[in-house]
Design a binder for this molecule. Structure first.
Ligand code: NCD
Ligand code: ZN
Ligand code: ZN
Length: 348
């Protein structure tokens, strides 16, 4: 393999929003082109809270796949204060659910039905620990008085640390980490705690959100932090530590919903996700660490086999278009207008 081509075991995306209806049809081909499997977030409106709803959503995803696509959606259950542990267990044992998702109520997009306090879901957590079903967490404290840039660190201290201490055998993924505090906590805690890292949090800091004016397409939650946090995330991603693996958090909203008086949180990065990760690992002199991060550590954590196929990236300039037209919707992809140094070429 020359240094201008990069062949990887087929990667998976361990955190993605595929949405529903016309938006699902528009964004799914981008994820299915680059990834073999994806952990599909359940924050639809209404949210996917039961095995029956997840089964139906999985069918809609499979029906929306382009002909010939080889892609497996891995479904998650949106936890509420009223989640039924017996249904979650049945859905997990039936192979419908891969994991449960904990949104603190009102932490992010479509989280109004989320969990209001961990004490409300004690029986659920006991069940998950007993059956080995992973708990995926949007880790932000939600009290209005907490500064938005501190919400992840406060959540770790006030909620995550006691949770992992109370449930030491529960597999937990702290999703889309954004801070040095998260890197340090995940690194220092036992093997049942892992974290996903997005392409955008590896590339942008909070100042980039205001470069020359407000940049609504760089607004996501948890919000990008100071440069020192971005550097900590980059070190974690390229470290070869299997606790840190790929999760794009591709979260499409229409351009209209982003460029608004009260714009939505979420960055649509699915079309060029691997190209951006490759640029980051290349800049860090760590292209040899990309395969573990993208294709091996996630399956290992979830107890799933790694993919058998291989994909190729080539060092070749790739212009990211200004927009991706998706039926009636127009979406702005992450890094629109930029030229990326890598190109995803598909299976080899
Ligand atoms: N990341 C985001 O900013 N938005 C996500 C929700 C989430 O992952 O928190 C979305 O669904 O739009
Ligand atoms: Zn989230
Ligand atoms: Zn997300």
């Amino acid at each position: 393999m020359s240094s201008d081509t990069l062949v990887l075991r087929r990667p998976d995306d361990w955190h993605v929003h595929l949405r529903d209806g016309a938006m699902l049809a528009a964004v799914l081909p981008h994820t299915a082109r680059q990834f073999a499997r994806a952990i599909v977030m359940p924050n639809l409106a209404p949210p996917v809270t039961t095995t029956a709803a997840a089964r139906a959503y999985r069918e809609r995803i499979l029906s929306a796949l382009p002909p010939g696509a080889d892609f497996q959606p891995l479904m998650t259950a949106y936890l509420t204060d009223d989640s039924d542990p017996a249904d979650l267990e049945a859905g997990f044992r039936a192979g419908v659910f891969t994991a449960c998702k904990l949104y603190p109520a009102n932490a992010t997009t479509n989280s109004a039905h989320g969990v209001t306090s961990i004490a409300r879901i004690t029986r659920v957590l006991e069940t998950l620990q007993r059956i080995g079903m992973p708990l995926l967490i949007h880790g932000e404290a939600t009290a209005a008085e907490i500064d938005v840039y501190d919400r992840e660190a406060v959540f770790i201290e006030s909620t995550l640390a006691p949770l992992v201490a109370a449930f030491p055998h529960l597999p937990v993924v702290l999703e889309h980490i954004t801070s040095a505090e998260a890197v340090d906590f995940v690194g220092a805690t036992g093997p049942r705690l892992a974290a996903t890292i997005t392409p955008h949090h590896l590339e942008i800091n909070r100042t980039d959100m205001f470069a020359g004016g407000i940049r609504p397409h760089l607004y996501c939650l948890p919000i990008a932090k100071r440069e020192r946090h971005r550097q900590a995330l980059r070190r974690a991603a390229v470290s070869g530590n299997p606790k840190f693996f790929l999760g794009t958090d591709s979260a499409p909203h229409t351009i209209g919903a982003k460029e608004s008086d009260c714009g939505c949180a979420g960055i649509f990065n699915a079309p060029f996700a691997l190209e951006v990760y490759a640029r980051v690992f290349d800049e860090e002199g760590a292209l040899d660490k990309l395969e573990g991060f993208a294709s091996e550590f996630g399956p290992r954590f979830y107890g799933l086999p790694v993919n058998e196929g291989r994909v190729q990236l080539r060092r070749s300039e790739t212009l990211v278009p200004e927009s991706v037209v998706a039926g009636d919707a127009v979406l702005r992809p992450f890094r629109s207008g930029q030229t990326l140094p890598w190109r995803f070429e598909g299976s080899v």
